[in-house]
Design a binder for this molecule. Sequence first.
Ligand code: SAH
Ligand code: SF4
Length: 405
Amino acid sequence: MDAEKMSGTASERPAATAIQPDFATLPRRVAADGRANLVGLTRERLEQALADAGVPARQTRMRAGQLWQWIYQRGVSDFDAMTNLGKGFRADLAAAFTVARPEIVTRQISRDGTRKYLLRIAGGHEVEAVYIPEEDRGTLCVSSQVGCTLTCTFCHTGTQKLVRNLTAAEIVGQILVARDDLGEWPKAGERPPERRLISNIVLMGMGEPLYNADNVRDAMLIAMDGEGLSLSRRRITLSTSGVVPEIPRWGAEAGTLLAISLHATTNDVRDVLVPINKKWPIEELLAACRAYPRLSNAERITFEYVMLKGVNDTDADAKRLVKLIAGIPAKINLIPFNPWPGATYERSDWDRIEAFAEIVNRAGYASPVRTPRGEDILAACGQLKSATERARKSRAAIAAEAGLG
Ligand code: SAH
Ligand code: SF4
């Protein structure tokens, strides 16, 4: 899809935009001074990087484990503070590597405590991450791409022109930055607290995570690793608009919980709301859900359903919805539409949302209505979009600026 087509408000965009495969990830060159970032490297790649830097083969595994603990369990980015490593080794590391995170450009705190971070990544590109504190948990909503190649007509991110995939470092880096800001690193000798400020991760920020599946997987494997961020697999949820062929691979390689942006109960309506439906229609999407590994009451699929006034919110829709998902252990997350400047949709009325929820609930599915969080700072679902809209650029120009590939 050319950038022209992706621009403009929902009303200007053609309803039937062709689906394009995603940009390949632009391979990342090392930092300008030649040092490579250790954040986001898989264990294997970290061990290889250490070997390349002269660490003896029999030590690479142990060294990689030590580095992971400093980076992901203590939040340390200065090699000099890694006190269980010898002085000489620390100096060697500092000469060859960095431990770099995205930079916080702005941080907004909502009246309800939600925090939205605008982060700058290589090349001056920007993405957002949102922290949502709740009574029993704290959820970080993480972005996977700058903008999105898809053009769901109700989504603000879908109007953003500039797109590139985030690297694994930039994805896991969002978690590190949020933990920095929340002051959530245990001090030396302290045990990590029982209740973590960031207890859950949702891949529901900007971008379609399954169009950047390899990097998102590498980042989440670090998040789940006992020597990494130590988050439980069942506290990580990936949300997809329905990239059907990637769903089984995600199940096999990462196996986190899954959320599906369903949003409609007929292909005609879904073709307009979530245009990727023209490539992989509802039946194929639900077949992939039925085959998802470990699907059970303990590991239900979440179906996200944005409530759009007069578009997808009738009783008939609710009834069709429960028929469609019959047999799938599921919960239905009803999301009142969050408006953004230029949007052409309206939020369903409250009594309509309740009537819809009631039908779904009576059919035996939990149907929580997602309370919009951080609305005053445009941090709610589908409102994310880098503040700075940039001129249309070629892929080559983006790559050159980012110091990539
Ligand atoms: N690209 C992925 C994940 C990011 S969007 C996906 O589409 O699933 C996270 C959720 O917010 C999705 O269910 C998305 O459809 C929904 N969403 C997008 N725009 C919205 C809006 N304006 N109001 C409410 N929900 C929205
Ligand atoms: Fe992309 Fe998801 Fe927004 Fe659709 S809803 S445009 S897939 S971020």
